[in-house]
Design a protein around this ligand. Structure first.
Ligand code: F6R
Length: 365
């Protein structure tokens, strides 16, 4: 049931305050200001390495998780798309565990990667949305996302719920490894608790602007997304979402890679969506943005209030979000990324919930 919405995707974007809050409450003790979760056989304190793998949007969630595990828990993470992981014969030596991320819990390549790790006796954790799925059944520790059924083929609410679970996991790993102080943990918990309340406000504030912008975007054949740090996987996710539902060609790049190739593409026909809240990468990303502007590229900046103030030049549009803690930023910034793709596709008249050639669950390789 779509309720008042035109598409399941629209409904699922708008549901995120509720499902992210529901998911977080499964992993966080709000009263205590602490993460509360049973990591089962994943003994984070005694790991040397974590191997992660997933496909598509779930892979991008994992990439953001990698930044968090390495930063907050000082735990090195290897991450691959599952179709590569399963065949690359990674040496699984030392004290390792594996983590798989999947909305459906049935994706063939992700499941095959899981079985490879199981055959090598690694402890296995899974972040899954469908509790009865094969991946959930075959894992040692299941960390459910409580997103509810996701019907739109393009993943939205499952992604932000995956990020919420990975945030909690990286924090518990940080606590267990002694790299995250109780004070920092409680600041992060507070930030996460307050996040879902912001979602509805943010959507209300930015959606009309994004609808207008999408009309303009629909004129273009190519779009480039740039970001640094955790905004890099968000750039990849933005490009994936736009191409899969609007069929506009889009690419996501780490902003620092601009000079190493994609800058050759920049002209007035190639809008560039820069995802850059005012974090520790902001200045660097702004200088990339100036390089784009100097070549006639049109810029759409997704940032926060501080970033909007500090941005050094005129843009085609600036989408401004509230300032939040870095653990919340990728979850919040996913909203404009999803809305841009959604409204552009609606404007172009494509079948948003059932894009051509795609299936919701990819059970063959
Ligand atoms: C993109 C999308 C896909 C899935 C991918 C993995 O919007 O939905 O890229 O993320 O097929 O699916 P799951 O998470 O079910 O393993």
């Amino acid at each position: 049931d779509k309720g008042n919405h035109r598409h399941f995707m629209e409904k699922e974007i708008h549901e995120q305050a509720e499902v992210v809050s529901h998911t977080l409450s499964n992993y966080i003790d709000f009263a205590e200001g602490k993460v509360r979760l049973d990591t089962g056989q994943l003994d984070f304190a005694n790991l040397d390495r974590l191997a992660m793998s997933a496909c598509g949007t779930a892979y991008y969630a994992g990439l953001i998780g990698k930044y968090w595990f390495e930063r907050f828990a000082r735990l090195p993470v290897e991450i691959d798309v599952a179709s590569e992981f399963r065949y690359r014969e990674m040496p699984l030596t030392g004290r390792m565990a594996a983590m798989f991320i999947s909305q459906s819990g049935e994706t063939a390549d992700t499941l095959a990667s899981l079985r490879y790790c199981r055959d090598h006796s690694l402890p296995i954790g899974a972040v899954v949305n469908v509790r009865e799925s094969t991946i959930a059944r075959e894992s040692d520790a299941v960390f459910p996302t409580l997103a509810g059924p996701e019907i739109g083929v393009a993943s939205t609410k499952a992604f932000t719920c995956q990020l919420s679970v990975l945030a909690a996991l990286s924090m518990i790993a940080g606590r267990e490894r002694g790299t995250l102080s109780p004070e920092d943990e409680s600041v992060m918990v507070q930030a996460l608790v307050e996040a879902p309340r912001l979602f509805n406000e943010v959507i209300r504030d930015i959606e009309p602007q994004i609808e207008t912008l999408s009309r303009e975007l629909a004129r273009f054949k190519d779009v480039l997304y740039l970001g640094r740090g955790t905004n890099f996987p968000l750039a990849l996710e933005g490009a994936l979402k736009l191409k899969e539902i609007s069929y506009i060609h889009a690419e996501g790049y780490a902003a620092g890679e601009l000079k190493h190739g994609p800058i050759a593409l920049i002209d007035e026909n190639m809008p560039v969506i820069v995802i850059a809240p005012h974090d520790r990468h902001f200045e660097k990303t702004m200088s990339n943005m100036q390089e784009v502007a100097a070549r006639g590229g049109q810029i759409i900046l997704i940032t926060d209030e501080k970033g909007a103030e500090a941005a050094p030049l005129e843009t085609m549009a600036t989408i401004t979000l509230p300032v939040v803690h870095e653990i919340v930023a990728p979850i919040l910034h996913a909203l404009p990324v999803q809305l841009v793709a959604y409204h552009t596709a609606v404007f172009m008249g494509t079948d948003v919930d059932q894009p051509r050639n795609l299936a919701k669950s990819v059970t063959v390789e």
